[in-house]
Design a protein around this ligand. Structure first.
Ligand SMILES: [Zn+2]
Length: 122
């Protein structure tokens, strides 16, 4: 893996060879955003701009071809947050993975506790 110099890159350099219109890719982006309830997952993100949400690959597109369409390798970010981590994707892998794990554990906890039982009243 070569280390790229930290300079401003155009998106065509970063996403070289990626076909956004590919059905599998569109489906992946949709699934990721739906799972994240159409919200930016970056902690402390104050921009609630739902129109510009993007699905970010936790392990980079170029580095992990086998995870390109794995929903667990995706996280929803707003455009601003997504732009802010460009070129530093690997630094955020751990954070994003733990955010997704937390989600998963919380869901299991709720199921166990019976939050999803029918006809339950508080
Ligand atoms: Zn954000």
């Amino acid at each position: 893996m070569s280390k790229k110099p930290l300079k401003k890159q155009t998106s065509s350099q970063i996403y070289g060879g990626r076909d956004y219109s590919q059905p599998e890719y569109r489906k992946w982006r949709q699934q990721v955003r739906k799972r994240d309830d159409y919200k930016c997952r970056m902690p402390n993100c104050l921009r609630k701009d739902r129109r510009r949400l993007q699905a970010h690959h936790i392990k980079r597109w170029a580095d992990a071809p086998e995870l390109r369409f794995d929903i667990n390798n995706g996280i929803t970010l707003c455009r601003t947050c997504h732009d802010s981590i460009k070129g530093r994707e690997t630094e955020f892998e751990e954070l994003f993975n733990s955010l997704l794990n937390f989600n998963h554990n919380l869901l299991l906890y709720k199921i166990k506790r019976g939050d999803f039982d029918e006809d339950k009243t508080e």
